[in-house]
Design a protein around this ligand. Structure first.
Ligand SMILES: Cc1cc2nc3c(=O)[nH]c(=O)nc-3n(C[C@H](O)[C@H](O)[C@H](O)COP(=O)(O)OP(=O)(O)OC[C@H]3O[C@@H](n4cnc5c(N)ncnc54)[C@H](O)[C@@H]3O)c2cc1C
Length: 536
């Protein structure tokens, strides 16, 4: 049985900063009404910037009592409009950004408590430099540990905030080896709409024998609910609420996209950094060779990451390389794989040879590879990876300026290992000859590619949406998911409906109703309003 408790009262002199006039929101804070999906502009009457847990609790209780919608946001790098409000108020967590504690547990090693608003880039940099802003007494044992530690989840956009990456179960290139954010969350503190805090430690609260979760507030009021009856597929998933037999309640909150509570603090595992990382961007003449190389790398090598770029993605890079004075790609390259391999000084040569042999077997070589081990090489290669989605977003922003209703149509589907080739064939069959401008890139190691389509007009937009629906149906039929890392937000209800059906979504709505009885939090995220308001 879990209990919620009132937050520790903060010092009265800590004022809650809020922006509450329409003029001020429009002139200086309009960026807080949208996210990277650039899907229309949201609406809000107020934007709160809390700095303490007690402030978050007070806002939630007050808004819940008044039935005013609350949208929680972080760095607003999400691409499914989850942080964009549909009215009511916004609670932005960027000012709740302290590092709280660092803990050593024998066997489990180091973990770190951070507030929700710590930026991912700061956590990465401070862990690497062992420079957490903590008291000398707390940080000294960490500094004296000779190993270097890091926090692996890296969803490309380093301006994301930690609490939001947990709320969206973000993952990145190295999730192939390390797993997604979920795998690093040891503890959570969540503010609920009753104005109290729920503290959850992983491993302490799984389902009761009757298949229910029970939470009791400080006044003895019970919140009881069963998780949805569907089972979240194995592998990467950000398809609505997580639900598995014997699940831990902490996993319900991870990936819940601001619909169940506001995450105020998180305890995360830090892991030992590999001594060396050999990284390469290898070019292939045939896309099929790149795919067969991936299959071999997964079977026989130990990749940290395997990222794919199709011929159109390379074309995008080529079109910019001259004007931006970037390295030119080999002329015959029609596909590329970015890969990383962990190694040590002693086995570096052996690892290099193994990757080289695999490349040669699949029509590439180290000569056809931009490889390196230095931080600068890695940053350059990472920049290449980042450049593709960013360039696509820029193109679409340009089109939107002329035709506001046009938007990018993208996929985020993943399938089980043994269906990668079938899904790749499906992408090609659907897109080649469609007349649409498209790009296929991303986390091929996790069988998780992003298809991005840039439509030119309304007719192409409709066609692109139709293709995405049929691709989603295929992914589900292969045991996969319609969203593996970007989430559902306000833009992918139709795909979630294909995944779990209306009943599955109703089951999510019932969980939400138990925790947020007035249905104020994250309205429009995951659960369509037509279903959510139907259960009131
Ligand atoms: C170029 C580019 C590349 C990207 N690549 C990846 C990638 O490889 N992998 C990946 O996973 N994502 C990727 N993303 C998406 C995005 O970076 C991640 O989803 C990230 O986790 C969002 O963090 P944020 O702070 O920007 O959250 P926001 O966009 O502000 O919010 C995201 C969601 O979390 C909810 N939320 C925010 N804070 C809280 C909180 N404290 N408590 C409860 N709910 C909260 C919001 O309501 C919203 O639904 C990419 C985005 C861009 C622009």
């Amino acid at each position: 049985m879990l209990r919620t408790y009132p937050p520790k009262e903060d010092n009265d002199c800590i004022d809650l900063f809020e922006v509450s006039t329409a003029e001020e929101i429009e002139s200086s804070y309009s960026a807080y009404l949208t996210d990277e999906s650039r899907f229309g502009q949201g609406r809000a009457e107020k934007i709160f910037f809390p700095t303490t847990e007690a402030q978050v609790c007070r806002i939630l209780k007050d808004m819940s009592d008044k039935h005013i919608p609350v949208t929680v946001s972080g760095g607003r790098t999400g691409i499914c409009s989850g942080a964009a409000p549909l009215g009511g108020v916004v609670v932005n967590m960027e000012r709740m950004n302290r590092i709280l504690d660092i803990i050593y547990e024998p066997g489990k090693k180091w973990s770190i408590w951070v507030e929700s608003g710590v930026r991912l880039s700061e956590l990465h940099a401070q862990a690497e430099a062992k420079e957490f802003s903590l008291s000398e007494e707390k940080i000294a044992p960490f500094i004296s540990d000779p190993a270097t530690y890091f926090y692996p989840p890296d969803p490309t956009e380093e301006t994301a905030l930690i609490g939001s990456t947990v709320a969206s179960n973000a993952s990145g290139a190295r999730s192939l080896y390390y797993g997604s954010t979920r795998d690093f969350v040891l503890s959570l503190k969540v503010a609920l709409t009753n104005g109290e805090i729920l503290k959850i430690e992983r491993g302490e609260h799984s389902l009761s024998d009757d298949g229910m979760f029970y939470i009791i507030d400080s006044k003895g009021k019970e919140m009881a609910f069963a998780p949805p009856a569907y089972t979240t597929p194995e592998g990467k998933s950000t398809c609505g609420f997580f639900s598995r037999p014997n699940m831990d309640i902490i996993d319900l909150f991870i990936g819940s996209e601001g619909t169940l509570g506001i995450i105020t603090a998180v305890r995360l595992t830090l892991v030992k950094k590999p001594a060396l990382i050999l990284a390469g961007l290898s070019f292939f003449q045939e896309e099929s060779h790149a795919i067969s190389f991936v299959l071999e790398a997964k079977a026989n090598l130990t990749p940290l990451s395997l990222e794919y770029f199709d011929t159109n993605s390379l074309g995008l890079f080529r079109s910019q390389s001259k004007e931006k004075a970037m390295l030119e790609l080999p002329q015959k390259a029609n596909a590329a794989i970015f890969w990383e391999a962990p190694s040590e000084e002693e086995n570096l040569e052996c690892i290099y040879e193994n990757w080289e042999k695999a490349l040669i077997r699949h029509g590439s070589s180290m000569e056809d590879t931009w490889a390196g081990m230095e931080e600068n090489d890695w940053l350059r290669l990472k920049g290449f990876r980042h450049n593709v989605p960013e360039s696509i977003n820029r193109i679409i922003a340009g089109k939107k300026a002329k035709t506001p209703d046009i938007h990018k149509v993208s996929t985020d589907m993943a399938v089980p290992d043994h269906h990668l080739v079938a899904m790749m064939d499906e992408y090609k069959a659907a897109l080649q000859g469609s007349g649409l401008r498209y790009f296929i890139f991303g986390h091929i190691g996790d069988n998780h590619l992003h298809v991005n389509i840039i439509p030119d007009n309304e007719t192409e937009l409709k066609k692109a949406k139709g293709i995405v629906t049929s691709l989603a149906q295929k992914a589900i039929s292969l045991g996969g998911v319609v969203s593996a890392e970007h989430g559902i937000g306000k833009l992918k209800h139709n795909l979630l409906m294909l995944q779990y059906g209306e009943e599955g979504i109703r089951e999510m709505a019932r969980v939400k109703k138990a925790l947020d009885p007035n249905l104020i939090l994250g309205r429009g995220n995951i659960i369509p309003l037509s279903i959510l308001d139907g259960i009131l």
